[in-house]
Each structure stands twice: as structure tokens, then as C-alpha cells.
Design a protein around this ligand. Structure first.
Ligand code: SF4
Ligand code: SF4
Length: 186
């Protein structure tokens, strides 16, 4: 298929509305550790996007390591030729990762401002895989609430002495997010 180079959504996968996405992501984050990202054949995040996969205390005990460090070839040690070798038992970090959340951050930063750019080119490239519909008034309300939630999450992680890492910030922001999306204020 030939893509229209003028089309801003050229070559990107459509997500839908920002407000709906954030609302669903918050619900999933509260109730269920699986993100349900429509990954298709993509396995980028099992390669070199992250240098290590963090594990819960229970997973550390189960796997006998504190992290999954990427191999020198930039692959998760459990990434086999046919995909994840421990898929049914994969860590919570893998279950919850949803690169569309990075797109939400990037779109909100571009449209509303108030949150920093993604910290590295690999994360930025993941964010660029997807596109939201043009923002409506409801989306803009959700976007403003998302800025508040992200900034609150970054500050609260810092206060707790936890490493302020982008997915940790998003994870904490989502836990406070449902009411913000509904009302636009705390
Ligand atoms: S979460 Fe994103 S980067 Fe990871 S496998 Fe799915 S689509 Fe690819
Ligand atoms: S454990 Fe499986 S899903 Fe998680 S990074 Fe490794 S190969 Fe990917």
C-alpha cells in the first residue's frame, strides 16, 4: 500500500481516543496486571529497549535473580527463537508494559506541555508506532489531568526514594488517574 506522506498518521497504528485509552489503562492497572497491548508480531521490548527487567520480590525468589539483565546481544535471556520461553510465567513488568502509554505522554506533552520529553530515543521510537485520534474537548481534559498525575507521580516517587524511571512514573500516575479523567480535577 502507498501511504500519503502528508497524512500525520502515516504508517502508524491507530489507538482511538486519548481519554478512553487513559481511562481503560487506569482500570486495567487497578484490576489486572496484563496490559492487553495489541502487540501483533512486535517483540521490541524483549530486545534492547530496557537494559533490565525488574522483578517483584516473589519473582526474585522464583527466578533466583534480582533482575533479568539483557544479554550482550541485547536480548532478554528468556527470549527464544519462537518468542518468550516463559510466557505463561513472565514477570509483571512484561505483563504491564504498554508502549501506547508512551504515546499518550508524548501526545500530551506536544499538545498541552507540562511534562518532560521521553528520556531516550528508543522510548521515543516506541511512542511513534501509534497515533491517537485528533483530540476532543474530553481528551484535552484528560490530557490536563494526565499532566497533573504524571507530575504528582514523579514527585511522589522521588519523595519515596524510588528511582524516577518513566514506566514507574506512568504506573504510579495510572493508579491515581480514574477520577482525574472523569472530573478533570482531584
Ligand atoms: S508493548 Fe509495544 S514495543 Fe512491546 S511488544 Fe508490544 S507493541 Fe512491541
Ligand atoms: S520474560 Fe519474556 S516477555 Fe519478558 S522480556 Fe523476557 S522474553 Fe520478553
Amino acid at each position: 500500500m502507498t501511504h500519503d506522506p502528508q497524512n500525520p498518521l502515516n504508517g502508524k497504528a491507530l489507538i482511538g481516543s486519548l481519554a478512553t485509552f487513559l481511562r481503560n489503562a487506569a482500570k486495567i492497572s487497578a484490576a489486572n496486571p496484563d496490559s492487553h497491548t495489541p502487540c501483533g508480531s512486535c517483540d521490541t521490548c524483549c530486545h534492547s529497549v530496557f537494559t533490565r527487567i525488574s522483578l517483584t520480590p516473589e519473582e526474585q525468589a522464583r527466578f533466583g535473580v534480582a533482575f533479568f539483565d539483557m544479554t550482550e546481544k541485547g536480548r532478554c535471556p528468556y527470549m527464544g527463537d519462537k518468542g518468550c520461553e516463559i510466557y505463561a510465567q513472565r514477570p509483571q513488568t512484561c505483563r504491564m508494559f504498554d508502549c501506547r502509554q508512551l504515546t499518550a505522554c508524548e501526545v500530551v506533552r506536544e499538545e498541552i506541555g507540562g511534562i518532560p520529553p521521553l528520556p531516550n530515543p528508543q522510548l521515543y521510537a516506541l511512542a511513534q508506532k501509534w497515533a491517537f485520534k485528533p483530540l476532543t474537548a474530553e481528551d484535552r481534559l484528560a490530557a490536563k489531568a494526565w499532566v497533573e498525575a504524571i507530575n504528582w507521580a514523579a514527585a511522589s516517587l522521588q519523595k519515596d526514594g524510588v528511582t524516577v524511571e518513566v514506566m514507574a512514573v506512568i504506573g504510579r500516575a495510572l493508579k491515581r488517574h480514574p477520577d482525574l479523567v472523569k472530573t478533570g480535577k482531584r
